[in-house]
Design a binder for this molecule. Sequence first.
Ligand code: HEM
Length: 179
Amino acid sequence: MESFLHILFTWLHLLGVALWVGPQVFLAVAWGPASRQITDFPQRVAAMRTITRRFGYLGGFGLLLIIAAGTYLIVTWREYYAIPADAEFTSLRFGVWFIIKMNVLIVMLVLVALHMVWAGPRQLRLYEAKARGEQVDEAELRRERAVSMTLSIAGLLLTLAIMVMGVMIGTGTWSFQEA
Ligand code: HEM
């Protein structure tokens, strides 16, 4: 039963990672060129709003799965791997790298939050003003776009780094050695 639950929650953890990372890559690789084919600007901006909102739902659900399943994996970790109660968490590479992973996760979440509540909406507001035919400062639009892109690329790179750390701690032959 214990193994079954471990497999189930590892799968949920990885499913969350797929839902979190997949749309980010897709948005960067496919949405850019596809959106430029929509020549009607107001229509392009409307599509942009829909796709970023749906992306938020999907990625947000992925992140919830990651955190819920990850919490199960860490809470049951000692029992599952039969680590003696007197072995300090940070005496093993597992503990040290888990803590590093959580710190990088916090930085990543801050970048994502900045993108979601600040840079993204500001950029979209400027695009929507332009779509309504209002006068928009093109230099400001370029600046907002650069900020928003930098935040998303940095967030994605940190997520990829967190995945590496996850695999590191998941590799018992390496992670159960003394730190
Ligand atoms: C964006 C955030 C995260 C990503 C991309 C991520 C990714 C991964 C990956 C790829 C693995 C390797 C799975 C395997 O090979 O078995 C893993 C393992 C693990 N993750 Fe995460 N993770 C994230 C967040 C979290 C959080 C928030 C927690 C805890 C609250 C957590 C706890 C764990 C644990 C304990 C393992 C080791 C499972 C085991 O093999 O026993 N992770 N993670």
